[in-house]
Write a protein that binds this ligand. Structure first.
Ligand code: 1HN
Length: 367
């Protein structure tokens, strides 16, 4: 917008100087920056490949002990659009975490909530408020806001998993709290029985086809672990009953059917062999973690090729479609964490299906 000028240039400049000097800002000069016709996230579509990340994580295992203060050996996905912030997208933290043989990541708790999706290795358990949750590849483990948590590698191998946190949202709300576990010891005592939340919720996991559509539940799931066998069974069931190119289930709170955390939704996608999903854009940010198979995504006109362990982001309102190679003849399973519960709760959720496939203008090459 331009406003017809009434006074002289000098008078206007003086007005702007005087406003600035008393910490006031004239909206009419910034309206178009503030009110864009559609979301313009600063984060850009991006991919971090396992081939790049894993050797670096292994070097970190050799060089950097896991200790109090640093707390975790975590390589955060730093979106190049975010000016150096260690965030995958504006609202979500995404990272690769690794723990070497017999290492312990000390117990702490914080107001940001977290989810872990296990990529590789065996032997680690995460204790969540006293419940020792064994971790195996493909499992989802929750550590909700203010739950004590530590990771213990009782085995002789390295373990790798993905961490998703709502930290940037909690930061934006100026609500970060953090505490070290008071002890004794750096980790919570190991209970005689592991996986108690699974036993208590026997009959157990719950998934919703597609996505949870209700509004936010201020509670989190009391079930702390969702096993890959259950997730895969849900995807297999959908594959048997539907011909969609992209099948998806959302992990749900077994008691309420809500998203697993108040701030984050977790989903599993299966891209069928040789099929291509329709292009969709949604408000809200999402981090994708490839579990099995190879495929590609076109995000805002750029093609990203991916395989197991790769992580890529779809920022708010970016058009995304996913496909797998005809020739490979295999489907791909992808874990997705998003901020959808927050958008839904605040009445900001929108989704738009676009007419035709995007013609990518270039292919992303991972650094
Ligand atoms: C955290 O506590 C963990 O507990 C992982 O494993 C990643 C990123 C930022 C802040 C806290 C963990 C984290 C984190």
């Amino acid at each position: 917008m331009t406003v017809d000028q009434i006074g002289t240039d000098a008078e206007l400049e003086e007005l702007y100087r005087d406003l600035s000097a008393v910490d006031l800002s004239p909206l009419w000069t910034i309206t178009e920056q503030l009110l864009t016709p559609a979301p313009r996230p600063r984060a850009i579509p991006w991919l971090w490949s396992a081939a790049t990340m894993k050797p670096l994580a292994r070097r970190a295992i050799q060089l950097v002990p896991v200790e109090r203060g640093g707390e975790r050996r975590v390589l955060s996905l730093q979106n190049p659009g975010l000016g150096g912030l260690p965030y995958a997208v504006g609202t979500l933290w995404g990272a690769l975490q690794c723990l070497g043989p017999r290492e312990v990541a000390p117990a702490h708790r914080h107001s940001p909530g977290a989810i872990r999706f296990v990529l590789e290795g065996e032997g680690v358990f995460t204790t969540v408020d006293g419940d020792a949750c064994d971790m195996h590849p493909g499992d989802l483990v929750l550590t909700p806001s203010m739950n004590w948590h530590d990771h213990v590698n009782g085995g002789d191998g390295e373990m790798f998993w993905f961490d998703g946190l709502d930290l940037p949202m909690v930061q934006a709300l100026d609500s970060i709290f953090f505490e070290e576990y008071p002890g004794p010891g750096e980790s919570q005592p190991e209970p005689a029985e592991h996986n108690v939340s699974e036993r208590v919720h026997a009959g157990g996991t719950r998934y919703v086809d597609g996505a949870v559509s209700g509004v936010l539940s201020p509670r989190h799931s009391k079930l702390m672990v969702y096993r890959w066998a259950d997730t895969a069974a849900q995807l297999d069931r959908l594959a048997a009953s539907s011909d969609e190119p992209l099948l998806s289930v959302e992990y749900a709170d077994p008691q309420t059917g809500a998203s697993v955390l108040p701030t984050m939704a977790c989903a599993a996608y299966r891209v069928r062999a040789g099929r291509r999903s329709v292009p969709v854009r949604r408000t809200g940010n999402a981090v994708h973690v490839v579990f099995t198979g190879h495929g590609s995504s076109v995000i805002d006109g750029r093609r990203f090729d991916w395989g197991p362990g790769d992580m890529f982001v779809v920022p708010s309102w970016s058009v995304a479609e996913h496909f797998t190679d005809e020739a490979a003849g295999e489907h791909a399973d992808v874990f997705v964490v998003s901020d959808a519960p927050v958008l839904r709760a605040l009445g900001l959720y929108r989704e738009q299906v676009l007419a035709g496939p995007q013609r990518p203008s270039d292919t992303f090459s991972p650094r």
